[in-house]
Design a protein around this ligand. Structure first.
Ligand SMILES: Cc1cc2nc3c(=O)[nH]c(=O)nc-3n(C[C@H](O)[C@H](O)[C@H](O)COP(=O)(O)OP(=O)(O)OC[C@H]3O[C@@H](n4cnc5c(N)ncnc54)[C@H](O)[C@@H]3O)c2cc1C
Length: 403
């Protein structure tokens, strides 16, 4: 917090002038700080000629902390859900290993949660050299202000040059707060990460302008360089039980765990069949499926094939399938072994969410539909004819007689 000693303050306005966040105003010839807006960067305290301003607690980065060479190491924020690691954690560790090798540095996983320490070894087996563990009952649920404060504190203390996290509901909710607290940049939803051999900067690639071009973003004046990556974009390494690493317990002062958020209830949604993002087969409905009747047929096919059901935005906008089924830039990313698209045109915003599939099968009546440019197998035909045939064939072959 930033405090003003009213006795010393002469209302000169120097602090107001240097505050780039507009957090200070002069009221009745005294400086008044809006604590909600203030980032505790300390510029006002430095500028005050009377020494009337003091920054207490979590200070922002000082100019000295911004010596880029002082920041070393790659960090991955480990994410757990109901006691299990989110797969994106292992995917990030896979990429993190590669980046750490290129930078000749160490890969650290940051594990925050309640009764979580026993899981630290798994992160070493998956690629981490070191695991920083913050195990505290206050971290049972995602209280994003606390998670953000802790990660920012650890980063200030240890100065990693790169922090990676999942572009998941969890990552999206607290990682931007960390970037704000550290006053550094954050590139969300990256699809590619590489180290520039010349500058050692992290090259962060992500779709831009509605997915019509890929932008490579560099954070070259501040540290850490922060990026989130969606699940299923990167490949995890195979577990290696022979890997050795260090597990470090981090003790932090109690105040850091106080939250303005109270979690009343946590509800697990029941989903029939495999979850879309984890399914090995994904069957996707596009606008060409035309109506609910064929959606039902498609769901039947998915049931037979133990596949997840996906959709284009056209389909979720029409209300034929729920929003969580949307694949693409503003939906989820999938990388199944087999993706089958029915009446999907292949708009770039959809392709960015499924082009990592091993095999892509597309059914479209337009031979020039862009989806055929990336399809492994293409069927030029009417969904209304092809889908019932596939349904009959595949379901019968699997011994489901009522197909
Ligand atoms: C910022 C932004 C973000 C977006 N995010 C997403 C996203 O996350 N996911 C997403 O999917 N879209 C997204 N979109 C929308 C995207 O641009 C496309 O509009 C959408 O993907 C098109 O869906 P579609 O392929 O089902 O429909 P259409 O593009 O209308 O294609 C329908 C296809 O079906 C074929 N067809 C029609 N009838 C039949 C039939 N009887 N048999 C066989 N084929 C048939 C047609 O030839 C056509 O190729 C986004 C757009 C923007 C601008």
């Amino acid at each position: 917090m930033v405090t003003v000693d009213i006795e010393k303050c002469v209302g000169c306005g120097e602090c107001e002038d240097v505050c780039t966040f507009g957090a200070i105003s002069i009221v009745d010839e005294k400086a008044v700080v809006d604590q909600d807006v203030c980032t505790r960067c300390g510029a006002c305290a430095e500028a005050c000629p009377e020494g009337a301003i003091e920054v207490k607690g979590e200070a922002g980065l000082s100019g000295q902390d911004r010596v880029l060479e002082d920041w070393k190491g790659v960090w991955v924020v480990a994410e757990t859900r109901h006691g299990n690691f989110a797969p994106v954690t292992f995917e990030l560790l896979g990429k993190g290993r590669e980046l750490a090798k290129d930078l000749s540095t160490e890969l650290t996983a940051v594990l925050m949660g309640k009764d979580i320490k026993a899981q630290a070894e798994t992160l070493i087996v998956r690629g981490a050299d070191r695991v920083l563990v913050v195990d505290n009952p206050a971290l049972e649920n995602l209280v994003d202000d606390v998670f953000a404060r802790i990660l920012a504190r650890l980063a200030r203390d240890e100065k990693p040059e790169i922090i990676l996290a999942g572009a998941t509901a969890m990552g999206r909710s607290f990682i931007p707060q960390v970037a704000t607290l550290l006053e550094t940049g954050l590139t969300a939803d990256c699809t590619g990460l590489e180290i520039s051999p010349d500058s050692r900067n992290l090259l962060q690639t992500r779709p831009a302008f509605g997915g019509n071009l890929m932008a490579t973003i560099v954070c070259d004046t501040t540290r850490p360089q922060m990026a989130t990556v969606r699940p299923h974009v990167l490949k995890a390494l195979d577990p290696d039980p022979s890997r050795k690493g260090r597990v470090v317990d981090v003790e932090l002062e109690k105040d850091l765990f106080n939250s303005r958020i109270k979690v009343l209830e946590s509800v697990v949604e029941e989903v029939e069949g495999p979850g879309l993002t984890d399914a090995e087969i994904v069957i996707t409905a596009g606008r060409g499926v035309e109506n609910q009747k064929y959606i039902a047929l498609l769901e039947g096919l998915a049931h037979c094939m133990e596949a997840g059901i996906g959709a284009t935005r056209a389909v979720t906008d029409a209300g034929w399938l729920p929003g969580r089924a949307q694949i693409g830039q503003t939906g989820v990313t999938v990388s199944p072994k087999l993706y089958m698209g029915f009446g999907v045109s292949g708009a770039i915003q959809h392709l960015v969410g499924m082009q990592g599939a091993d095999i892509i099968v597309a059914v479209n009546k337009d031979p020039d539909a862009p989806i055929f440019d990336i399809a492994t197998y293409g069927i030029v035909g009417d969904v209304k004819e092809v889908l019932p045939l596939l349904y009959q064939r595949i379901c019968q072959e699997r011994g489901i007689e009522d197909a």
